[in-house]
Design a protein around this ligand. Structure first.
Ligand code: SIN
Length: 308
């Protein structure tokens, strides 16, 4: 059996690909994703102008995940547009990721990607690491303002990368906007923003930017990510696909996201730590679980969480 699936009508050969963030800034890094078993190539969230990102150290591996405050280091959206024809040669979908630093940035980048050969556009409304800029998706008026500007700029599917919501009222508000503006897929969740990890020996935070506050990723946030996938699965029509991200490092993790309702998963911290071999490993393990449980396909298990 295979774990083939689809996101917004775009066919993916497996259930697993990379999250925007780790190892996806340069063409050389993106080519490695192309060569790997990842079923799509997700590019780094880009801004209008190139950015070096925040000061080092800005990433730390932790026993069960990572904390980072990268600050969107990227080459600027025009460089990513130039890379698309090269990346399309890998015979898998290519996803752009855009992260405006102001509302006006979003339509400029979305329009440009709409006119490119990219397959879909993930709109990052949830980067926690830009000094002085709150995560857009916690502000529903600001989010609506962005969505209004970008929703009619072309035919390629638009998705949203959302932050962790810890109250159903927030998910309900966002679900209304997703339906109103014709969003086709939703990626839950970005790293859990503004966490603090302290090195007790040195009596200091483990990363430097923002006095040590950064996005927590990996196993620490899996229950939060699963809950967000599940709640959006309940709140949205089934033709709006969910992509799970947050703590996926094994086939068992991927299977749990599948039960919650995810149509695919993205891998962040595990890809950073283990490199491109992680995609094949996670997908192989998922195949074994599905086979043992006699699920013949991704769709047959999607959303099939049982209740106590
Ligand atoms: C970063 O570059 O700071 C991480 C990207 C994100 O959290 O959206």
């Amino acid at each position: 059996m295979t774990t083939q699936t689809s996101i917004a009508g775009i066919k993916l050969k497996s259930y697993v690909f990379n999250a925007s963030g780790p190892r996806d800034v340069t063409l050389a890094e993106l080519k490695k994703i192309g060569e790997s078993a990842a079923s799509a190539i997700m590019m780094k969230s880009c801004t209008i102008k190139p950015r070096l990102g925040n000061e080092e150290p800005r990433y730390a591996a932790l026993p069960y995940g990572s904390i980072q405050s990268m600050g969107l280091p990227n080459l600027g959206y025009q460089e990513y547009i130039k890379m698309i024809p090269v990346l399309k040669k890998y015979d898998k979908p290519v996803f752009a990721s855009v992260a405006g630093l102001s509302p006006a940035d979003f339509p400029i980048m979305v329009k440009a990607f709409q006119q490119s050969a990219v397959d879909a556009i993930e709109v990052n409304l949830s980067c926690p690491n830009i000094k002085g800029k709150p995560q857009v998706a916690y502000d529903f008026i600001a989010s609506a303002n962005v969505l209004k500007k970008i929703s009619r700029l072309g035919k390629k599917p638009l998705g949203l990368k959302l932050p962790a919501y810890c109250d159903l009222a927030q998910q309900q508000m966002m679900a209304k906007l997703i339906k109103k503006f014709g969003i086709k897929f939703v990626t839950c969740i970005n790293s859990l923003g503004n966490c603090l990890v302290i090195d007790g020996h040195g009596e200091k935070p483990v990363i430097k930017p923002k006095q040590g506050l950064g996005g927590l990723g990996g196993q620490y946030i899996k229950p939060v990510a699963l809950a967000n996938v599940r709640m959006f699965y309940e709140l949205l029509p089934k033709n709006i696909n969910l992509i799970g991200v947050g703590g996926i490092s094994s086939g068992q993790d991927a299977f749990e996201f599948l039960l919650a309702g995810a149509a695919a998963v993205q891998v962040g911290t595990a890809f950073q730590e283990r490199g491109p071999a992680c995609f094949n490993k996670i997908d192989d393990q998922l195949v074994k679980i599905l086979t043992n449980k006699k699920y013949p396909s991704i769709n047959s298990a999607k959303g099939k969480l049982k209740f106590l």
